[in-house]
Design a protein around this ligand. Sequence first.
Ligand SMILES: NC(=O)c1ccc[n+]([C@@H]2O[C@H](COP(=O)([O-])OP(=O)(O)OC[C@H]3O[C@@H](n4cnc5c(N)ncnc54)[C@H](O)[C@@H]3O)[C@@H](O)[C@H]2O)c1
Length: 355
Amino acid sequence: MSSRVALVTGSSGLIGSEAVAFFDARGWSVHGVDNNMRRDFFGEHGDTTWNLERLRTVTQRFEHHDLDIRDRAAMARLVDELTPDLIVHAAAQPSHDLAASRPFDDFEVNATGTLNLLEAARQSAPESPFVFLSTNKVYGDAPNELELVELETRYDYADPSYADGIDELMRIDATTHSLFGASKAAADLLVQEYGRYFGMPTVCFRGGCLTGPQHSAAELHGFLAYLARATRDGLPYTIYGYKGKQVRDNIHAADVCGAILAFFEAPHTAAVYNLGGGRENSISMIEAIARFEELYGRKLDWHYSDEPRRGDHICYISDLSRLRTDYPSWELTVSLDDIFERFAAGPARPPVAAR
Ligand SMILES: NC(=O)c1ccc[n+]([C@@H]2O[C@H](COP(=O)([O-])OP(=O)(O)OC[C@H]3O[C@@H](n4cnc5c(N)ncnc54)[C@H](O)[C@@H]3O)[C@@H](O)[C@H]2O)c1
C-alpha cells in the first residue's frame, strides 16, 4: 500500500472530487481543501455538500479541511504539515459570466489563491509536482478569429490545419478574456513562472469542457451537467447566440485524473498542455440538446437569446498532440457516448428541489 499524500484543493468540486476518489482508490492519503464557495457563487445549484458527503462514503483515507485558499497562512501551515507528494489545485471561481459581477472575489480566489498555494509549495514541498487546472479561456477570444464554416448543426474550422484543434501556441494576449479568463491567465503565468524561475515541477492543464455527473452544475457553469439536469428536471434553458452551433470538446473528469497521474509519474517543469476531449468528444449545443432529449425521452424547455455570452468560444477543440507526445500512455477512456450515458444513468446528485 502506498503511503503517498496528495493535497487537492476544490475537493468538493467536479475535478477535485474525482481526484480525491481517484488517488484514494490507488492507496494514497488524500487531503481535500474546500469551503463550499461554489454555493456562494452559484446559489443552491452550486452547493457541493452532497458531493462531500458522497466522498466520505466512497473513500478510505480522505480527510477534508474546510479552509479557504485565500487564507495564505492556513495554506502555508497545511502544506507544511502535510508535505504532500502531489498538489492538485482545482479550487476556483470557474465562471466568466460571474466574474464580471464579483471581480475581486474572482481575482482573489483564482489568482491570489493560486499564488498562496504556489508559495506554500515552494516553502515546504518544492520537489512535489504541482498541477494547476487552467482553462482554454486563457486564449481569450483569439480562437474566435479563426475562419469557420457553418455546418447544419455546428461550426467547424475552415482551415484543415486546425483539424486536430487548437494547440498551446495560440496567443494569450491582445484579446478579450472576460475577467475570469484574465484571473486564470494570471494564475497560469504564475504556475509557469514557479516552474521556470524556481525549477519546480509545475503544470498548467488548460481545460476544454471538463465534465462528469458529480458536477454541482449551475446555469453559469457546468455545460453538459446543467443541460442534463435541465432536461431531466424540466428546468428552463437559454442558448446564448451562435444559433446554438457553438462547439465544445468534452473530457470526463476521470481522464483529467489520468493526465494528472501521468504528470506525477514523469513531471516536467513549467509544462503547459491543452486538455479536453479533442475532436472525437466534441459536440455543439444543439447536438447535445438533441442527445439528452433522446436519452431522457423528454423535450428540453429552451429558448434562444441572440446575444452570445461575452468571451464565449464559437468553436473550441483542444489539440491534444503535445500531451500525447509527452505522455503516450495517456488516453481518453471515456467516449462522448459514455459521457452521455453516465449522465442518463442518473446523476449522482438528487434534484435540488427535492433536497
Ligand atoms: N468544468 C470545466 O468545464 C472547466 C473547464 C476549464 C477549466 N476548469 C478549471 O478546472 C478547475 C476545477 O473546475 P471544476 O469544474 O471542478 O469547478 P467546481 O466549481 O466544480 O470546483 C471548484 C471547487 O472549489 C471550491 N472553492 C472555490 N473557492 C474556494 C476557496 N476560496 N477556497 C476553497 N475552496 C474553494 C468550490 O467550492 C468548488 O467545490 C477550476 O480551476 C476551473 O477553472 C474547469
